[in-house]
Ligand binder design. Structure first.
Ligand SMILES: Nc1ncnc2c1ncn2[C@@H]1O[C@H](COP(=O)(O)OP(=O)(O)OP(=O)(O)O)[C@@H](O)[C@H]1O
Ligand SMILES: [Mg+2]
Length: 150
């Protein structure tokens, strides 16, 4: 299976649930288990929340792009903002690291993404925006693919 989607949303928190639902509906085409689907929605929603809360804190409301790709049994998403970026990506990815402890953030967003997806890559730099790429292989889809080839 091969498919692709693009979504652009304004960086307001009302759009978090919308982006999460779209990502879930797209990934559902691979017939994931409920657990796999919940993992994907959770991971995408953490990345979108980060783009909304951290990405544009420096310069107001802008657009967040969500790009989804299905290749075979793998679904991948990119969540992209053009915002203030991350100075030190390694530090940001550490469990419990947050630049906003006062806002009841726990610093677990990247850890959630890493736990629930098979691969997470973060490309960012100060004032260069942030791109989070993540992918997950859907087991049942992989098995279907293999049996199709037998
Ligand atoms: N899109 C982004 N733009 C700029 N900074 C970001 C972005 N995403 C993450 N960060 C930085 O990385 C830090 C860690 O992100 P992470 O999602 O792990 O924790 P958090 O968002 O602070 O807390 P939580 O996700 O648990 O509510 C953030 O505090 C922020 O400083
Ligand atoms: Mg977060």
């Amino acid at each position: 299976m091969k498919n692709e989607m693009r979504l652009e949303i304004l960086s307001i928190s009302e759009n978090e649930a919308f982006a999460r639902a779209v990502a879930g509906a797209f990934a559902a085409q691979l017939n994931p288990t409920l657990e796999e689907l919940a993992d994907i929605k959770m991971a995408v929603s953490e990345a979108v929340t980060n783009a909304i809360i951290h990405g544009y804190e420096c310069d107001g409301k802008r657009m967040v792009e969500i790009h989804g790709v299905i290749r075979g049994s793998v679904v991948a998403f990119e969540v992209i903002d053009q915002g203030c970026g991350i100075d030190d990506v390694d530090q940001a990815r550490e469990p419990f690291y947050t630049s906003k402890p006062d806002l009841e953030r726990s610093g677990m967003g990247f850890t959630v993404m890493e736990t629930f997806m098979d691969k997470v890559e973060v490309t960012s730099g100060k004032d260069k925006g942030t791109k989070v790429f993540m992918l997950k292989a859907i087991k049942a889809a992989k098995e279907r693919e293999t049996s199709d080839h037998e």
